[in-house]
Design a protein around this ligand. Sequence first.
Ligand code: IMP
Ligand code: MG
Length: 173
Amino acid sequence: MTHTSVLLTSEQIQDRIRSLAAEIERGYPEGDEIHLVAVLKGGFMFMADLVRAMSERVTMDFMAVSSYGKGTSSSGQVRVLKDLDSVLEQRHIILVEDIVDTGLTLHYLQDMLRARAPKSIRSACLLSKPSRRKVDVKVDYIGFTIEDHFVVGYGLDYAAKYRNLSYIAILEQ
Ligand code: IMP
Ligand code: MG
């Protein structure tokens, strides 16, 4: 039996996403298209709420990378399971991730997508655990900075469970 305690309520998350969406919109020239790339599976819920808080100039795509499996610590290995369908050349790209922990995943993906010659590339992560960072990675938009807890919900899983929670909880093991 695992126990959880609420860290961020659904209301807190939605409020923060609305301000993030406005901040993102302000950061690009008016009329320019913004192409959001969500990292599956964890990023799906953040992506869904973020794009609904943004204007019509948004387009989106999805990619899937390997996760931790059943453990709770990074292997440092990033494997692309599903690549993008869209071309990134000359487009404004925002990588949308659930959480930046060691930073290894995001760092790898930024390098990989930068090689495809986008007009710009930024990253938006709902959560950040700075105390766990192993590589120095730039995150342009952060929803919440949190302490070193293993969290679940709102897209984040533990052993494939809890992704469907509308809030974020600390998993106590
Ligand atoms: P990083 O490469 O260590 O930055 O980890 C990135 C990925 O690890 C995230 O996209 C998550 O899928 C997973 N992850 C890291 N911390 C947590 C957590 O607290 N709960 C659930 N998944 C996590
Ligand atoms: Mg993830």
